[in-house]
Structure formats: C-alpha cells, structure tokens
Design a protein around this ligand. Structure first.
Ligand code: GDP
Ligand code: IMO
Ligand code: MG
Length: 424
C-alpha cells in the first residue's frame, strides 16, 4: 500500500475508524495527526466493539506502531480511561506512542468550553465539551502546555509563571470561573506526567526516520466540513482534518503522502450546530437515524440526518485533497424505495443555482437542495462480498455518486465489521 491518509469527507462520523482499521493491515505505522478526544472512532472486529478517542484505529494489530502526533490535543483523564479500558480488554498497547509536542487540555479549557456552551445565547457551536477550541486557542496564542513540559520541573515552573496570571485574570473577570493556583497546577501536572509517562516517545525523530521508508497510514478525525479553514466556519472544530493537516500534525512532509481516502456515508449526518442543507427533519430523517444507529460515539447525541450531498462531496474532494472515496453505511438504505442525492443548491430568494459550495454558511438558510431521485435496491446487501454481486440499483447509486463527486469509489462498506467491506 502507498502511504495513505484517511479523512472524513463530510461532518465527521463517516466511519473513518473502520476504514483506518481495515487499511492498517497493510501499514507499519498509524499516525493520528489532529483533534483530541472530541473524536469517537468505532472499530468492530470479531463482534467486539471498540470505541476510540485518541488512540489510533490501528491499535488492534499487535505489530503496528500507533503514534499520536504533535498536531493533537490530549485530555489526560480521558486518555487514561481510554488506555486503561483497552488494556483491561487485553489490547496490547506496547506500540502506542505519544508525541511530547502534543498539547495538554487543562481543566480551565474544559471549564470555558462548558461555559461557552451553557451561556451562549446565539452562535452556540454544540461542541463536545472536551475543551478542544480553548486548547487550540492557547496553542496558537503560544500559552499552552505541551506534554514535554511535564518532564522538566524548571520549565514547567517558568511556563506556569507566565501562563497562570494571564489565565486567572480572564477566568475570573470574564467568565466568573474558578482560578488555578500554581501549587494546584503543579500537583495536577504530576498526575498527568504519570498518565503519559509509559507512552511518551521522546525519541520521535528517530521513530519517524525509522519508518520513513515503510508504509505510513495517517488517521484524521472529524471531517472536511468541520475543518477550521475550509469547513462551515464558525461551526467547526479547531484543527485541520483535511489531508494537508496530516503533514503538519504528523511530522512528515507532504511528499510522503501518496493517496487520500475520503470516507463518506451514503447519506449525510452532523452532530452539533450549523448549516446542513440536506437535513431531513421528518420521518425519512428518523428512519436513516434508526437504520444507521446515528447517535454520537463520544456524546451520545442524536445525529442530524439527511440525503447525500454531492455539493459538499465535490468540495471535500477539492479541499480535502481526496483521491479516492470509501463509501460507508450503504446497507442503511437496504429497505428504502427511493433514495435522493443532492446535486446542487437553489437560492429560494432568486432561484440562483449553486453547484459549487457557497462558503458563507450564514446564508444557507436561504438555500434548498436540488434532488435527483434513484430507485432503491430493496435487498439486504450487508453480506455481499464483491462488487459484481451488488444489486443493479446499488451499482447505479454508487456510479452516480462517483460522477457527481468527481472521484472514484474504491471501498464500499456494507456493515460495521471489518469483514463487511467490498474493495474495488
Ligand atoms: P468515525 O468517527 O468516522 O470513525 O465514525 P463513528 O465510529 O463515530 O461512527 C460510525 C458508526 O457507523 C460506527 O458505529 C461504526 O461501527 C458504524 N459503521 C461503519 N461503517 C458502517 C457500515 O458500512 N454500515 C453500518 N451499518 N455501520 C457502519
Ligand atoms: P469524529 O472523529 C462529529 C463537532 C461537534 C461540534 C464541532 C466542534 O468521531 O468524526 P469541538 O468539541 O471539536 O469543539 O466541537 O465539531 N465534532 C464532531 N462531530 N464527529 C467528530 O469526531 C467530531 N468532533 C467534533 O459536534 O459541532
Ligand atoms: Mg465519530
């Protein structure tokens, strides 16, 4: 396999973990390059369900290195729960390595995230409350703690002397939230050091050099439409899930990437706030949610559901750098009489047709989807193993998605299990 990036081509939860786990068979190292425990990645193998947040979805193989890169943010307690949970289930974590450059989510990051979600009257993001936005804000404001800081008392003390007075000022006067003393932070940091110590890879430069000529799989979290630069801003996450982010967040240059698998559902879902032109607030939406078990892996929130949107698919192919599509959850339509695909948006005010994604999402309230209707296949495809054995109408649906997205499909997923996959 060529070095490959797996990204979400919609608003997250497309089934990236299933595809990463599948492709990890042919990789030597799997690198998670951005995001934090806002992600909820589900791998189903041998009837066992594993829900991952930060640990790369290659962890179920004993012989792979799973590296959590510098572009990620880490919430210590959730990392501890995740790693302990996996160990208790007998998963071997000896290949798990954490970049010392990853940024730590501190208690005030989650405090402010919760404050913003609870008190914002307008413009609420519907975040996962994992302090993601605040941690990345501090990273770019150059006042964050990195994992390596925990391992040098002098550095930690110096950095806290710079950071804490500033933080405490805004925590108290702007948000009316709890302030943190230096002593309190140092005690917390001792605890964090213990959590991370078994996994921190101080020798990461050697590691990356060692794997340079082997097969690398980059795992993205979230999806193109949640990308901080290209997504439905401001209703996005605070990092770059697009393939371009894989280079920044992993430590490998862009020339190392040969293929980008864009994972897309056969329909569209979204959790949290923000524009969603093909959203179905009716029985059909409920039926997709029921058939597809569309509830958040991290928060349990019901996901908003709608038809496949080829306007965002084309946009994701372009800005995400997608070279091939993995289409998941195709089986969810098994009992549908007809299936719609959105080919364009129409402005209700003046009839203007958009075939390219209009990036000002505050104007999306005036848009309605233009649909094409295809016949369903009315057949259980969850055990189909080859493309040839798929019903004719499924093939027509896949072909139309390819034509409208401007990108070939190379993987078709017909169920959650690793085995329920058709590779073209
Ligand atoms: P991720 O965040 O992109 O890794 O996706 P999630 O794990 O949050 O959500 C995808 C859900 O769909 C998980 O429960 C998967 O087990 C499930 N899943 C993945 N592929 C398929 C598929 O082809 N068919 C069905 N029915 N479920 C799938
Ligand atoms: P995976 O990797 C779906 C959404 C949140 C919210 C917005 C910002 O499982 O696909 P944040 O907590 O990041 O500040 O929230 O992004 N969001 C996700 N939606 N899947 C995810 O991850 C998500 N991670 C964040 O719901 O709308
Ligand atoms: Mg998910």
């Amino acid at each position: 396999m060529d070095n490959t990036v797996v990204i979400g081509g919609q608003w997250g939860d497309e089934g990236k973990a299933k595809i990463t786990d599948l492709l990890a068979q042919s990789a030597d190292i799997v690198i998670r390059y951005q995001g934090g425990c806002n992600a909820g990645h589900t791998v189903v193998y041998d009837g066992e369900i594993y829900k991952l947040h930060l640990v790369p979805s290659g962890i179920l193989y004993k012989d792979k290195i799973c590296f959590i890169g510098a572009g990620t943010v880490v919430l210590p307690d959730v990392f501890k729960q995740e790693t302990e949970g996996l160990k208790n289930r007998g998963v071997d974590l000896s290949g798990l390595k954490l970049s010392p450059l990853a940024v730590i989510t501190l208690p005030y990051h989650t405090d402010v995230d919760a404050w913003a979600e609870d008190t914002a009257k307008k413009g609420k993001i519907g975040s996962t409350r994992r302090g993601i936005g605040q941690t990345y804000t501090d990273k770019y404001a150059r006042c964050a703690l990195k994992i390596e800081d925990l391992f040098d008392e002098e550095t930690l003390s110096e950095k806290l002397d710079i950071i804490l007075p500033l933080k405490n000022k805004t925590l108290k006067s702007v948000y009316g939230l709890k302030e943190y003393s230096k002593y309190e932070m140092i005690e917390l940091c001792k605890k964090y050091k213990e959590i991370f110590e078994p996994y921190v890879c101080f020798d990461w430069q050697n590691l990356l050099n060692e794997y340079k000529n082997k097969t690398i799989l980059f795992e993205g979290a979230q999806g193109v439409m949640l990308d901080v630069d290209y997504g439905t801003y401001p209703f996005v996450t605070s990092s770059n899930p697009i393939a371009g982010g894989a280079s920044v967040g992993s430590g490998y240059g862009p020339c190392m990437i040969k293929r980008v698998v864009g994972v897309m559902k056969a329909y569209t879902t979204r959790v949290g706030e923000g524009a969603f032109v093909t959203e179905l607030n009716d029985e059909t939406g409920d039926r997709i949610r029921d058939n597809g078990h569309e509830y958040g892996t991290t928060t349990g929130r019901p996901r908003r559901c709608g038809w496949f949107d080829s306007v965002i698919a084309r946009y994701a192919v372009l800005t995400g750098g997608i070279t091939t599509i993995a289409l998941t959850k195709t089986d969810v339509f098994d009992d549908f009489d007809e299936i719609k695909i959105c080919t364009a948006y129409k402005d209700k005010r003046n009839g203007k047709i958009y075939t390219e994604y209009p990036t000002n999402v505050f104007m999306h309230k005036y848009l309605e989807p233009v649909y094409e209707i295809l016949d369903g296949w009315k057949q259980d495809i969850s055990n189909v193993k080859t493309y040839d054995d798929l019903p004719q109408n499924t093939k027509k649906y896949l072909k139309r998605i390819e034509e409208l997205s401007g990108c070939k499909i190379s993987i078709i997923s017909v169920g959650a299990d690793r085995e329920q996959t058709i590779i073209l």
